[in-house]
Each structure stands twice: as C-alpha cells, then as structure tokens.
Unconditional design. Structure first.
Ligand code: SF4
Length: 301
C-alpha cells in the first residue's frame, strides 16, 4: 500500500471542549433494510460526531451519558471496531455496508484514530461486499489509495446540503466548508472513485439550476435530495425561523430542488436514482482466509 495522501487543506478545528471518550464496543454491525439498496449493515467506527451539525437527528438517540444538547461536544472512538468487524466478516457476503448512519467516518478524530481506514481495510478483503461511505470531509482523501482499490464496489457520498456557505456556517459550524466539499468530490471523481452527492438535509439554496449543474460538473455519477427531519419538539426549528428559512420544510420546495437535480441527472437504465448500479445477485466465494497487513497501526497512532 502506498503512503497516505494527506489533503493539502488544513484540518477543520476540533471543538475546543470536545470530550474524547475511547471505548471498547460490544458490536459493530447494525442490520439495516433500505428499500433502495436491500439488506445491509450500518457500521459506525465512532459514537458521537465532532461535526455536531445543529439539525442532526442522531442527537436524540438514547445516550446514558450525554443529553441531546451536548451533541457535537463528545466523541467515543470504538477502539476495537476493526477487530470486531474482522470477526464478523462471514456476515458480509453479498451485503452492503454503510459508513456511517450515526457519525461521520471522516470527522476530525479520524486523522488520529484511523478507525474508518482500518475498517475499510477489512472490507477490502470481503470481495462481494459493497461499501457506501458518506462524509462531509476532505479528510476522506487521505485514504484515496484504499478507496481506489475497491474499484466500482465502493461509492463515496458527499453531503452538500446547500450552495451557500453562509448557511453552512450557521447550521454546520464545525463541518468543512462547502467549497472544500466540492473540491473533495472533484478529486475523488477525477481519481476514478464513484461519487454520489447527498443534497441532504435540504437547506436554503440560492440557485437550484446552477447548484444542480455544479453537481454534475464535479464528476458525480448521481445525486439525491433528502428532506430535513426535525425532532418533536426541535430547538432547530427556532434557528430556521429566525433566519427566514422555514421554507425548507415545505414539500413544494423539496420537489423544486429534486426536479432541478432530476433534470441534471436523468435516470439511467440499470441505475437507481442516486446513479448507483442496481443490486446484483450475491455471490458467495467464502470469507477471506488471511488477514494480511491489518491492524498494524495502533489506535491513536
Ligand atoms: S456529520 Fe452527520 S452524523 Fe455528524 S453531526 Fe453532521 S449530520 Fe450528524
């Protein structure tokens, strides 16, 4: 494996008061049924997320130690995630694995812990497993060599929920800027890594047609538009209303943006709306027999 390619951009700052709480997890694969992709697993190498997006629905998940208002102020790296995954590899034949449904696998701590990379190294050895990564961060580029090694069985999703970075500064103040996400998508696509854009959760957009055109021009193979989900009640509603952004909750607005993206990314035969190939029948060649070169980076290295 070649040396890591570190992004040229400076890393986004960690929260000043971020509490890092390393832990040993009991399990690592969470079964999921997605109507678009079929059965698969969600894999989260971290609990909590240093990006701390103000709308994040994960903040409501039950947590004995942290109330929802603490979301973004703590992260628990699952130190044994790669080893747990290796022990569960027999469950992965012909399945899809999604990193991650409850955290960003390339949040700033990944620079230090490399848990997502080490989980990807395990998944690379499972030849019938498809992988969907989803991130907001250019840090994913540090693993470009590994992503390329998957070929077409890995897709990177990049969240770009608005075309306006001033909106991002309000709702995702600790996540990477929007221009950085465009550059990340472009660099991945140029390197041959399949990229799908997640316009989600949909936030205010200045120019829907130009936004969709930009998405196409960056080299993404598809894009999807997802609505904002609020908790009941949700203090984020007051943020939206205070900025005059209540229209993002209007179904007509969602349809307007979806329509702009559907025009830019017409559905291709054999593809789902995100531009990914439709599921192929699973093959079962058996689990990888060896574990070459894994786990050679100690956690925290
Ligand atoms: S990056 Fe994703 S998981 Fe992290 S806070 Fe934002 S929405 Fe939540």
């Amino acid at each position: 494996m070649r040396p890591l390619l570190l992004p040229a951009e400076p890393p986004p700052p960690l929260f000043k008061d971020l509490a890092v709480e390393p832990e040993e997890a009991r399990s690592i694969l969470r079964p999921q049924k997605d109507e678009r992709y079929g059965f698969g697993f969600a894999l989260s190498p971290y609990r909590g997320c240093g990006h701390g997006c103000r709308y994040c629905y994960v903040r409501e998940y039950p947590n004995a130690l942290h109330p929802p208002e603490d979301w973004g102020n703590w992260v628990a790296p699952k130190l044994n995630a790669p080893e747990l995954l290796w022990g569960q590899r027999h469950r992965l034949h012909g399945r899809r694995v999604f990193l991650a449904s409850a955290t960003d696998p390339y949040q700033p701590l990944e620079r230090q812990y490399r848990l997502s990379r080490r989980c990807l190294e395990v998944l690379l050895l499972c030849p019938t497993t498809e992988v969907i990564l989803h991130t907001r961060s250019s840090l994913v580029l540090q693993d470009l060599d590994l992503l390329q090694a998957f070929g077409s069985r890995l897709t990177v999703g990049i969240s770009i929920p608005t075309d306006d970075d001033t909106v991002r500064q309000v709702v995702e103040p600790h996540a990477p800027p929007i221009p950085s996400r465009w550059r990340t998508a472009e660099r991945l696509a140029a390197a041959g890594v399949p990229v799908v854009l997640g316009i989600a959760p949909l936030l205010p957009v200045h120019d829907p047609l130009a936004f969709a055109g930009r998405a196409l021009a960056c080299g993404a193979s598809g894009a999807w538009v997802g609505r904002l989900r609020l908790l009941h009640p949700d203090p984020f509603l007051a943020v939206l209303l205070a900025h005059g952004w209540g229209h993002v909750l209007d179904p007509a607005y969602l349809e307007e943006i979806r329509s702009a993206f559907q025009r830019a990314f017409p559905l291709r035969p054999g593809r789902n709306p995100e531009g990914r190939r439709r599921p192929a029948p699973a093959r079962h060649p058996g689990p990888p027999a060896e574990q070459p070169g894994l786990f050679d980076l100690p956690a925290g290295a």
